[in-house]
Design a protein around this ligand. Sequence first.
Ligand code: BGC
Length: 315
Amino acid sequence: MSLLWTYHQQGSHLLLQSSLSNILRSIVTTSVHTRARQSPYVGTKDVQRTAVPDSKVSWKVNWPDYKATEYTASKVLKNPPWADDPDAKKIKSFNEFDGKIDRRSFMGEYEIDDKTNRPRNPAGRTGLSGRGLLGHWGPNHAADPVVTRWAKDQSNLKEKVLEIVLINRKDNNHLALPGGMIDEGENAFVAAKREFLEEAMNSNDDAVVEQIDKLFENADSIYKDYVDDPRNTDNAWMESEAIDAHDETGELTKDLRLEAGDDAAKVKWVQLDRVHNLYASHESMVRIAVKKHGAYEYWHDNQHSSETTDDTNNK
Ligand code: BGC
């Protein structure tokens, strides 16, 4: 089922990343999606999903009476530039990349309903049909930049600790990677870089863009997968790709002036010496980067911090 590493395959880290990613994928995806079954539907007070028990999430389980609640947010139905036509029959390129929008899924080829031409969520039933808050029928792709370097003071540490650029999201104050949706015509590398500039640098100055270009020069795609996101529906779902930009010597980031912008309320370097409560699938992405760089695997110790830790150095 996995179509990980179908594109952007590059460099000698490929095998390592692929096996790490597969291990994490099996940990993450042996359980059924849960956020994608929460009620009320995110952003609403009264949209209740049809209750789907764990045992009936899979489409392979016969459930002739299954009837999902139909819901698409009015702002999506208004057909803004980032959204598809309300009628899925108008979309001719499911499971394809049409040159602008990538409608392929990291989960493999997804099914399309004969009558409605609506795609079917490959992770199973969610209790909601339509698109909810999502613009595209089928997969909606996001990109997440994982920008790391070695923590400066390693003197009291037994193993090498990484630090990473994280934001506090404006919408829910969650600690998160500074990621976002992939726009038309972009790939994940371009989108991750743009989002980093918007949310972590709040700048478009030539000198800053050049600095970030350098930082992402040797960036790698380390994670591509379905995301158990509360916006998901039976016909529209989130998938995300994480782009790892690691500054081995610290030279490329030493003059970086972080400034929160766009959807970010705060931005900071955070030490990866304990588990932080990260948004969506970001913890899985960060762990892959930690393993890839041979850093301290903080999650084996049972320390857990709240999301607004005080040992973060705001810069
Ligand atoms: C966020 C990404 C996240 C994705 C899936 C997007 O809206 O910006 O950071 O990975 O949703 O939850």
